[in-house]
Design a protein around this ligand. Structure first.
Ligand SMILES: C[S@@+](CC[C@H](N)C(=O)[O-])C[C@H]1O[C@@H](n2cnc3c(N)ncnc32)[C@H](O)[C@@H]1O
Length: 251
C-alpha cells in the first residue's frame, strides 16, 4: 500500500494501482495503473491556495450546503485538496474510467462517487473542477462543449491549463503574445466572451496551472498570479490578502 498525504486527507493506493519511482512527470498513469509517480506537495499547495482564496472571499463556502464537484477525478488528489479546505462540503467525485472507482470509493467512503461521461452531462454545484490533461487556449474548440456546459451551472469554475509548457519551450507564437500574463488575459477575454466568466486567479506549478473563473466583477488588472515560488520565495508573507503578481517562468 502506498500512502499520499494531502493536508488532513490520505489517499491510499495498492501497489498494483500505482507506478512507483520517478515517472514520466506528466501525471499520466501507464495502462493498468491509476496513477503514476506524483509530486502531491506541489499540486496540493496550489490547489490549497486557490481554494483558500475562495474560502476567504466566500465564507458560505465553508458550510455543509456548499457543493463541490471534482468531475474528472482519477485517483482523487484534487478531491483530497478540496476536502482538506472544506471539511464540511458536499463533495461529488466523478471519473469515467472504471479502474479508478474502487480507489475513489475506498479513499472517500462518505462522498458521492459516480462514473459518467462529462461530455454527456454536467452537475449543478457551487464549484466545479475539471483537471484536463492538456487544455490550452489553442485547443479551446476541442474542450468547448465541456467548458460551456459545466461553467454555466456553477458559481466558481476551475480548470487545469497546460500553457506553461508552451512558455517553457518558447512556443507561444501562435497566440501572438509574448508573456504568460498576456496569455491569461487572452484566456480570460476569450472565455468571458463565450461563458461570461473571467479569470481571477492563476496558480502555476511545474506541469500545469490551476485557473479560477468567476463572474466578471473584477477588472482585467485584478488577475492574481500565485506562482509556485510564492510559498518559498515569499515565505513569511501572508498568503491571502497579499498576492504578488509574478509571472516569471520558473523552469
Ligand atoms: C488529468 S486526469 C485527472 C487527475 C486527477 N485530478 C487526480 O488528482 O488524480 C483526467 C481524468 O479525466 C478522465 N476523463 C477524461 N475524459 C472524461 C470524460 N469524458 N468523462 C469523465 N472523465 C473523463 C480521465 O479518465 C482521467 O482520469
Amino acid at each position: 500500500m502506498i500512502k499520499y498525504k494531502i493536508g488532513n486527507q490520505t489517499i491510499e493506493l495498492k501497489n498494483s494501482e500505482t507506478k512507483q519511482g520517478k515517472g514520466n512527470q506528466k501525471g499520466k498513469a501507464p495502462s493498468g495503473s491509476v496513477v503514476d509517480w506524483r509530486n502531491t506537495a506541489e499540486t496540493s499547495r496550489n490547489i490549497d491556495a486557490v481554494c483558500k482564496y475562495i474560502l476567504n472571499k466566500d465564507k458560505a463556502s465553508g458550510s455543509t450546503s456548499f457543493k463541490v464537484v471534482d468531475a474528472i477525478a482519477r485517483a482523487g488528489f484534487w478531491s483530497a485538496g478540496f476536502r482538506n479546505v472544506w471539511p464540511n462540503c458536499q463533495l461529488h467525485i466523478n471519473e469515467f474510467e472504471k479502474e479508478c472507482i474502487p480507489v475513489l470509493e475506498r479513499n472517500f467512503p462518505d462522498d458521492k462517487i459516480t462514473h459518467f461521461d462529462i461530455d454527456k452531462k454536467a452537475v449543478h454545484c457551487d464549484l466545479a473542477f475539471l483537471d484536463f490533461d492538456d487544455f490550452t487556449l489553442k485547443k479551446l474548440e476541442q474542450y468547448f462543449h465541456r467548458i460551456i456546459s459545466w461553467s454555466n451551472i456553477c458559481k466558481y469554475f476551475i480548470i487545469a491549463d497546460s500553457a506553461c509548457f508552451g512558455f517553457k519551450f518558447g512556443n507561444m507564437k501562435h497566440y501572438g503574445i509574448k508573456t504568460e500574463e498576456e496569455y491569461y488575459f487572452l484566456l480570460s477575454d476569450t472565455l468571458e466572451a463565450h461563458i461570461g466568466k473571467r479569470v481571477t486567479v492563476v496558480s502555476k506549478f511545474n506541469n500545469s496551472a490551476i485557473v479560477l473563473f468567476e463572474n466578471p466583477t473584477r477588472r482585467k488588472k485584478d488577475i492574481k498570479f500565485i506562482p509556485p515560488s510564492f510559498i518559498t520565495l515569499y515565505k513569511g508573507k501572508k498568503l491571502h490578502g497579499n498576492y504578488i503578481i509574478d509571472t516569471t517562468p520558473l523552469f
